[in-house]
Design a protein around this ligand. Structure first.
Ligand SMILES: Cc1cc2nc3c(=O)[nH]c(=O)nc-3n(C[C@H](O)[C@H](O)[C@H](O)COP(=O)(O)OP(=O)(O)OC[C@H]3O[C@@H](n4cnc5c(N)ncnc54)[C@H](O)[C@@H]3O)c2cc1C
Ligand code: FES
Length: 356
């Protein structure tokens, strides 16, 4: 099973000075069916090292276009290359869409959704906004969008167009950290205090059925806390994280449960095949798979994206970081293999069960 597919870059435009919006045409369109809020994982070799990075789709399904927005990160390998060297006509290697940011709950005439986005965190939220407004004649969306200043607002024109087209159904609040606005509340950082003020004066949380949050981790935590304090249930809050607090690349020692320190038995199911080998206790399940030339899926290697998800069907393991799986998935035995280490002397894990 080829995990990566070839796509051609058909358009690139700058949404702001530090970000590009890239339109992609897949050779195999069937492999690129998506739901709102999903992301694509790109693979490219830089200086002999294969790098994988994920970027969220910013279009809605009905747009019939595959687009991602890539904001340049200072010193960042892939995002800097995409912003300076990527050209129309280039071919890229991309995985099929993944992720489950979108709740998928049906829209009714009364649906009121809320979104909080920070910087490039707007990309998956924009896909959900477009979908909501197109799929229902009455559903409403309120977006709170945090940026440093007006020049760093990605998709500013697109958002303005949407606001003009759906005047009574789309409400956008721009919060600018470094730029004063007519209303004081709209200046500064989005923290718990600002959220509470927004909920008191601008956004009636009682009408909100679901809130989507995507942005820097501390901002996401503050917003989630404020939402809960102001009456929203945990189950009504959905997150998409772009980066973990720790890179997750280093091998981590895991407390032994009395078994041997190395040479433990591993068995992996992938693409309908079963492979057995021995592995060390301080090696993640993903790394052990890759070391044994298995083409196991991965992207961030930081417990963020869930591309490396598998089900542990035998043995005991420990997951060090989990920003992607729900509690019920962990209870059912699913793990992020990039963050998962063996505790017992035999571990069996199945990537195929995580794909169905
Ligand atoms: C599910 C998901 C969806 C995403 N969607 C989007 C999106 O829609 N748009 C978007 O713009 N981004 C998105 N991201 C983030 C994106 O995947 C990348 O993480 C981001 O573009 C940075 O990648 P990079 O290769 O440019 O930077 P990297 O090379 O990974 O560097 C990241 C940072 O680490 C620093 N760094 C790198 N190497 C070192 C080192 N050796 N020592 C110290 N510091 C170092 C860099 O200076 C930089 O600040 C998403 C991430 C995930 C997980
Ligand atoms: S590769 Fe992203 S969570 Fe494991």
């Amino acid at each position: 099973m080829a995990q990566f597919h070839s796509v051609t870059v058909t358009d690139i435009h700058k949404t702001i000075r530090e970000a590009v919006v890239v339109t992609l045409q897949p050779d195999n369109t069937a492999a690129f069916q998506f739901v709102p809020g999903q992301y694509l994982t790109f693979k490219r070799v830089f200086d002999g090292e294969e790098i994988r990075r994920s970027y969220s789709i910013c279009t809605a399904v009905h747009d019939r276009l595959l687009k991602v927005g890539i904001k340049r990160v200072d010193g960042g390998v892939f995002s800097s290359w995409a912003n300076t060297d990527l050209k129309v006509g280039d071919k890229l290697e991309v995985m099929s869409p993944m992720g489950k940011f979108y709740s998928g709950d049906g829209l009714t005439d009364d649906t009121h959704l809320l979104g909080f986005a920070g910087g490039s965190g707007i990309t998956p939220v924009l896909s959900i906004i477009r979908t909501t407004l197109a799929e229902s004649d009455h559903a409403r969306f309120t977006l709170v969008y945090a940026n440093r200043n007006v020049n760093t607002i990605m998709f500013r024109d697109e958002l303005e167009d949407l606001k003009n087209r759906f005047m009574h159904r789309l409400n956008i609040v721009h919060i600018l950290e470094d730029e004063s606005q007519d209303i004081d509340l709209f200046t500064g950082r989005v923290d718990a205090e600002k959220c509470s003020a927004l909920f008191n004066h601008w956004i009636d949380l009682r009408s909100v059925s679901c809130c989507y949050i995507c942005g820097p981790e501390p901002m996401m935590q503050a917003i989630a806390l404020a939402l809960e304090e102001n009456g929203l249930q945990k189950s009504q809050i959905r997150f998409e994280l772009f980066s973990g607090a720790q890179p997750g690349r280093a091998k981590k020692p895991v407390a032994s449960k009395g078994g041997s320190e190395e040479g433990l038995q591993a068995q992996v199911m992938l693409n309908g095949e079963t492979r057995s080998f021995t592995m060390k206790r301080d090696t993640s399940l993903l790394q052990a798979s890759l070391d044994n030339t298995l083409d196991a899926p991965y992207a961030c290697k930081a417990g963020v994206c869930s591309t490396c998800k598998a089900k542990v069907v035998e043995g005991e393991t420990e997951m060090l970081v989990n920003h992607a799986l729900e509690d019920y998935e962990v209870e059912a035995g699913y793990v992020l293999t990039c963050q998962c280490y063996p505790l017992s002397d035999k571990v069996v894990w199945d990537y195929d069960q995580a794909r169905h």
